[in-house]
Ligand binder design. Structure first.
Ligand code: NAD
Length: 354
């Protein structure tokens, strides 16, 4: 399946299917002339998939090499980025050469950041290998690294030349990592795709979802594509992708990163904001019950013991989505349709009452 992302200054395809890595060399050849291609990955993904990518690129006439960063969120740092700049420089990279991100969202965000800043920007491709990266982070052109003060504080908007989504790579992903992606899939359906919601409703569990990965990932990519095409630089409508994330980020932040994972926090965030919105008459009755049924089926949580209204409020009002004394929150008009509602920041306290 091929989807084209069309932006004012750039067009690129998302190619989605099972077993696509087996032809990765041809895919790159279709996009780039023979040149130097540097693959950035993490240690875990390197051991699984890097060899076949390098081998195929060399067969197609590319000069290919791999750099693996340590696995995990801490690699999304300026220190790691600098190490990569030095490595790329030592390899004699020029602006005519290209970079490939092979891995999850960490590798994708870091590589996009490095590619878009090294020598003022090189071409790059995304080969996402986690469900979260396949439905969310590899599409849309947001790149970032973390700093001591905040996650994703430093970054760029930079679109890749192409995205290759091989659903077979999900076979090696741990179940907890699969759920990270499922939270975003449920979110995508809830905000923008009633048909996808109905498809998900018919599934039994995570395994059932993975058995239908290509169709489900394609539907999510369509949601993300539409939002990104409408609002590439995140100045308006793109906010709907943050359904459940405002409270979710605050939960991640206050529980300590990793204690509650991002997907778990988003799941809890969606339920919490919907429950209160429903009580306040801002969302149709019964929506939260539908959301609870959906996330529970996929073993995602609906609440956490790590809950402090005050700490959450503090974390939330420091969040970059808080503008002046107003805050924009994402609610559902109905399942499959999001709406953005502006509230005064103080009213956010009510949304944090458990
Ligand atoms: P990740 O990249 O750390 O990957 C999770 C784990 O899975 C890692 O241990 C990784 O080595 C392993 N892994 C990756 N592919 C595998 C495979 N096929 N088989 C086995 N193991 C595999 O985390 P993630 O959840 O993919 O991404 C999280 C990051 O994405 C965060 O930093 C977040 O900020 C970012 N993100 C960015 C955007 C965006 O728009 N740019 C959107 C959402 C999230």
């Amino acid at each position: 399946m091929k989807l084209t992302v069309t932006l004012p200054h750039h067009r690129y395809d998302l190619t989605i299917g099972a077993g696509l890595l087996a032809n990765v060399g041809q895919w790159v050849s279709g996009l780039w002339k023979p040149q130097r291609v540097m693959i950035i990955t993490d240690e875990t993904v390197k051991a699984l998939y890097a060899e076949q990518v390098v081998k195929q690129l060399r067969q197609e006439g590319f000069t290919a090499d791999v750099f693996a960063v340590p696995t995990g969120e801490t690699s999304k740092s300026l220190t790691q980025a600098e190490e990569l700049y030095d490595w790329l420089a030592s390899q004699g990279m020029t602006r005519k050469d290209g970079i490939i991100a092979l891995g999850g969202g960490v590798v994708g965000d870091l590589t996009g950041f490095v590619a878009s800043t090294f020598m003022r920007g090189l071409h790059f491709l995304q080969i996402p290998t986690t469900l979260l990266a396949q439905v969310d982070s590899s599409i849309g052109g947001k790149t970032a690294v973390n700093t001591k003060s905040a996650k994703n504080l430093v970054g760029t908007f930079a679109q890749p030349d192409g995205v290759l989504i091989d659903t077979d790579t999900l076979k090696t992903l741990e179940p907890r990592r699969v759920r990270e992606g499922i939270a975003e899939i449920v979110k995508s359906a809830a905000i923008a795709d009633k048909e996808l919601w109905e498809t998900l409703s018919k599934l039994k569990d995570e395994a059932d979802l993975l058995a239908n990965a290509e169709a489900i990932i394609t539907a999510c990519c369509k949601v993300k594509r539409q939002v990104v095409e409408e609002d590439e630089f995140d100045t308006g409508q793109r906010l709907i992708l943050n359904f459940g994330h405002t409270i979710g980020h605050a939960i991640e932040n206050t529980a300590g990163y990793g204690v509650v994972t991002h997907g778990e926090a988003v799941s809890i965030g969606m339920i919490q904001i919907s429950r209160v919105a429903e009580e306040k008459g801002l969302m149709p009755l019964g929506t939260t019950a539908q959301l609870i049924e959906m996330v529970t089926k996929f073993n995602l949580p609906i609440t956490t013991e790590h809950w402090s209204e005050e700490a959450l409020y503090k974390a939330l009002t420091h969040d970059k989505k808080a503008v002046g004394s107003d805050i924009r929150i994402v609610l559902l008009e109905s399942i499959g349709k999001a709406k953005i509602v502006k509230i005064v920041t103080d009213e956010m306290r009510e949304f944090l009452i458990k």
